[in-house]
Ligand binder design. Structure first.
Ligand code: SF4
Length: 452
């Protein structure tokens, strides 16, 4: 283990590359681990470049995700046989031995140890067998603050980890442990740090963020009230929040907030009450519809993204058709569709009726088409409006992108003075890529700004 100054000196000038699979939470954690490598003297390089150590942060949300992780690990080892390869994340917690069996993997760390990775990298020597530091998920109790800065425009701030819900199809509680969080005071300090680094937008991220406060006797509502006061942050977005936890008080607060934007992401998962029950979700579809109605009554322009799983165990054709009709009638803006995937160790496997894989794909495709229709209709509704956009600094072949408060993806010709700036645009038309072309309203204001 590395703890001595001598050990740290040995790592000066070494290179590290990171690869992240899965959710925004993983991205925020990789960023935080990346900053600790920097403090040790490592230089971060791209995944495609030669590095002394590769850290792969994995996801295990579906079988497909596990497969992608194995492919990524093997690819790294094949192209860099002499590099030190460390694997962390949900797949590493759930199936550590499976990963260690891949020849060339040096280190597999469970959920407790991933933030201590620097202690295990020793002299970066590859040994034949690799090192496994697993942990029982019951012992995962610490909360590690994390945030990812990306291109400085938007920051994913981790406010909560773990979940106590144990929905029957989900492995996350087994991979990330019980629900926990930092105090409101410490979370606000993190947000202030992010503001000081120059980000203008924070996206609140976690596994079950509405559950914030479980371990500190506080509430999510109190947290967002305090975050609203953080200077320097112009926008906050609430990422995925369970419908039963998205209370009317939270919606009321967002509706009058100057910083929390009119964008919601709510996991429905099934549009039939029978399947919701089989999933052991904590609401029925009537409650879900009420939440949407409440949002739309106060914030008619709000963007509402909805997660849905197609072809879950026990979902008959009739259930699917009923769910499709229900979702079609909801005034939502986009669906995030996942075909159901069996996960080892989950209660859902006890449900006898299984939907054939091809049928799951067909149902997922139908939802996907519905989602495209809904997104287009949402964009269409807002054409010609004058809205504020936060632009990202990235130059994509002469184009740049940004989002309105209500999550419309806007495209304009690249202007180096606009990166990480809020600017008013008029929405013009939907282009081939599905983005909205727009015209800057106050173009002159951005002609002479210093390059940031
Ligand atoms: S709420 Fe359900 S689906 Fe979401 S992480 Fe918890 S157990 Fe998984």
């Amino acid at each position: 283990m590395i703890d001595s100054a001598e050990g740290k000196n040995m790592l000066q000038g070494k290179t590290v590359a990171f690869y992240t699979l899965g959710c925004k939470l993983n991205f925020s954690e990789t960023s935080t681990i990346g900053r600790s490598f920097k403090e040790m003297g490592f230089e971060t390089v791209k995944m495609t470049e030669k590095a002394d150590i590769y850290v792969i942060n994995t996801c295990s949300v579906t079988d497909q995700a596990d497969k992608k992780c194995r492919q990524a690990i093997k690819k790294v080892i094949k192209t860099n046989p002499n590099a030190f390869v460390a694997v962390i994340g949900c797949y590493a917690q759930l199936k550590p031995k499976e990963i260690l069996e891949i020849p060339g993997v040096n280190l597999v760390l469970g959920a407790n140890e991933k933030f201590n990775i620097h202690k295990y990298i020793d002299h970066l020597e590859k040994n034949g067998t690799g090192d496994l530091q697993p942990c029982e998920v019951e012992s995962v109790k610490d909360f590690h603050s994390s945030y990812s800065m990306g291109d400085r425009t938007r920051c994913f701030l981790k406010i909560q980890d773990g979940c106590n819900y144990f929905c029957t199809y989900c492995t996350i509680p087994y991979a990330r442990g019980r629900s926990r969080n930092n105090s409101i005071a410490d979370t606000v300090k993190q947000a202030e740090k992010v503001a000081a680094e120059g980000a203008k937008e924070i996206i609140l991220t976690g596994v079950n963020i509405g559950d914030f406060g479980k371990s500190t006797n506080e509430t999510f509502l109190d947290l967002i009230k305090e975050l609203e006061k953080v200077d320097g942050i112009e926008r906050f977005r609430i990422s995925s929040i369970e419908p039963n936890l998205l209370s009317n008080e939270i919606i009321d607060f967002v509706a009058q907030s100057k910083k929390f934007v009119n964008h919601f992401h709510i996991p429905l998962q099934a549009g039939s009450n029978k399947v919701l029950k089989l999933m052991k979700r904590r609401y029925d579809r009537e409650l879900f519809a009420q939440r949407i109605e409440k949002i739309k009554s106060l914030l008619p322009d709000a963007f509402i993204g909805v997660d849905v799983i197609a072809g879950s165990r026990g979902e008959s054709e009739e259930d699917f058709n009923d769910a499709y009709k229900f979702i079609n009638e909801l005034p939502i803006s986009q669906l995030h569709v996942f075909p159901y995937s069996e996960r080892q160790g989950t209660k859902a496997l006890e449900i006898k009726e299984s939907v054939p894989v091809e049928e799951r794909k067909r149902r997922a495709k139908m939802f996907q088409i519905l989602s495209e229709k809904k997104l287009r209709a949402f964009y269409q509704e807002h054409l010609n409006e004058k809205l504020e956009v936060l632009f990202e600094g990235f130059n994509d072949n002469g184009k740049m992108y940004g989002f309105t408060e209500n999550y419309i993806k806007v495209e304009i010709p690249y202007n180096q003075n606009l990166g990480n700036q809020l600017a008013k645009v008029q929405l013009k038309n939907i282009n081939d890529k599905g983005n909205v072309n727009a015209e800057l309203i106050n173009a002159a204001e951005f002609s002479f700004k210093p390059i940031i």
